[in-house]
Design a protein around this ligand. Structure first.
Ligand SMILES: *Cc1c(COP(=O)(O)O)cnc(C)c1O
Length: 370
């Protein structure tokens, strides 16, 4: 039997709260768990407003549009990220401008940002990758100096902090995802958080088709139906109750794998800590060093034969056929991201993973390298 790359942990109050939805008939986005989840989430990340939506990708769409980013604007983001970040910018009619990654943290290399700033640059979209936050002190310095907006994609950073400040509390607006492989899940789901009341109102309107309070079916702006259901929020409330425990569990998992794999030649493991944060191991990534004769695809094939599930790392935005077909990023190269994409993969690291499974995975990775 395959050890799955992710299995969520749902053995808290999830069932109890879900039953409440069914018993009361509140299953749509109108139910009471939505506000409960939003309020608890806002408090957790230290923001004034939280707006629950149906996934983390549309949260980015709403963030970009709510900030007024559109045609003629440029947004700087890492090339090494999920498509949702760049697609939100492109769909808004703005231009994504890329920077490469830091080879050790795998996060955007903040030293490359200033050379990409033009008179059209409107925002930096920060994406925290895999468990360690981006150097937010550098981002805040650059954004203040050049008067840029900050969108923080904190989908992988539930419960993480940068120098003690919660991820999700930085910049103008932050987004989260509750996909089942995130630290807390609602099945599908997302959240926008901000301190800015006007932005929050815009997001609430965009989430709900931009219906108007007075003339409901007369629209000044195009929105989406991005609403989260009360059932998803019910699961979210139960999951959020256990955030600290989940983060601890993920860290223990990360430490276990680090000890199991430390010293295996040819493997670059996740950085355990930066000066500003300790890794929370959203996933446990492994990068094959240059002297290894095979690539991530081969490593994942070998591990599958041993019954170990894996996933590849992100594929960089500048190498996406869909963007190349639009004429974007022509001739651009980002060697670190290109290497991470070809030589990086991650091993099972879901919250329900058992210690004997982790032992099997550790032994499998060591065997695969021989
Ligand atoms: C998971 C993830 C998303 C997308 O979230 P969905 O809920 O799957 O749409 C966005 N950004 C990052 C960095 C993610 O890891």
């Amino acid at each position: 039997m395959m050890i799955p790359v992710n299995t969520p942990l749902l053995d808290g109050n999830e069932k109890k709260y879900l039953n409440e939805c069914i018993d009361t008939g509140w299953i749509s986005s109108e139910g009471p768990f939505i506000k409960k989840f939003e309020d608890a989430f806002a408090k957790t990340v230290g923001r004034r407003h939280a707006i629950a939506v149906c996934n983390g990708s549309v949260a980015l769409d709403a963030a970009v549009v709510a900030l007024g980013i559109g045609p003629g604007d440029e947004v700087i983001l890492p090339t090494f990220t999920i498509i949702s970040c760049a697609s939100a910018i492109v769909r808004a009619g703005a231009l994504p401008v890329l920077v490469d990654s830091d080879p050790v943290t795998w996060n955007m290399d903040t030293r490359q940002i200033e050379q990409k700033i033009t008179s059209r640059t409107k925002a930096i979209m920060v994406v925290h990758i895999y468990g360690l936050p981006v150097d937010m002190a550098a981002i805040e310095r650059i954004a203040a100096k050049h008067r840029l907006l900050i969108i923080e994609d904190a989908a992988e950073m539930h419960g993480q902090r940068f120098e003690g400040r919660p991820c999700g509390s930085f910049g103008n607006i932050s987004t989260f995802s509750f996909y089942p492989n995130k630290h807390i899940t609602t099945g599908e789901g997302g959240m926008l958080v901000t301190d800015d009341e006007i932005l929050a109102d815009r997001c609430r309107s965009l989430r709900n088709l931009c219906f108007q309070p007075q003339k409901r079916f007369v629209h000044e702006t195009l929105g989406w139906n991005m609403r989260m259901t009360n059932m998803q929020a019910a699961i979210g409330v139960a999951q959020l109750e256990r955030l600290d425990e989940f983060v601890l569990r993920k860290r223990q998992m990360g430490n276990f794998y680090t000890h199991a794999l430390q010293g295996v030649p040819g493997l670059q493991l996740p950085l355990e800590r930066a000066s500003y944060a300790e890794n929370i191991y959203w996933v446990f990534g492994i990068v094959l060093e240059d002297d290894v004769s095979f690539d991530a695809e081969e490593a994942m094939r070998r591990l599958a034969e041993l019954g170990i599930g894996t996933r590849p790392f992100f594929w960089p935005m500048h190498e996406q056929p869909v963007f190349q077909a639009m004429g974007l990023f022509a001739g651009e190269h980002y060697p670190i991201a290109e290497k991470l994409a070809r030589r990086g993969f991650y091993i099972p690291s879901g919250l329900a993973l058992q210690e004997d499974q982790m032992e099997t995975v550790g032994a499998g990775v060591r065997a695969m390298m021989q």
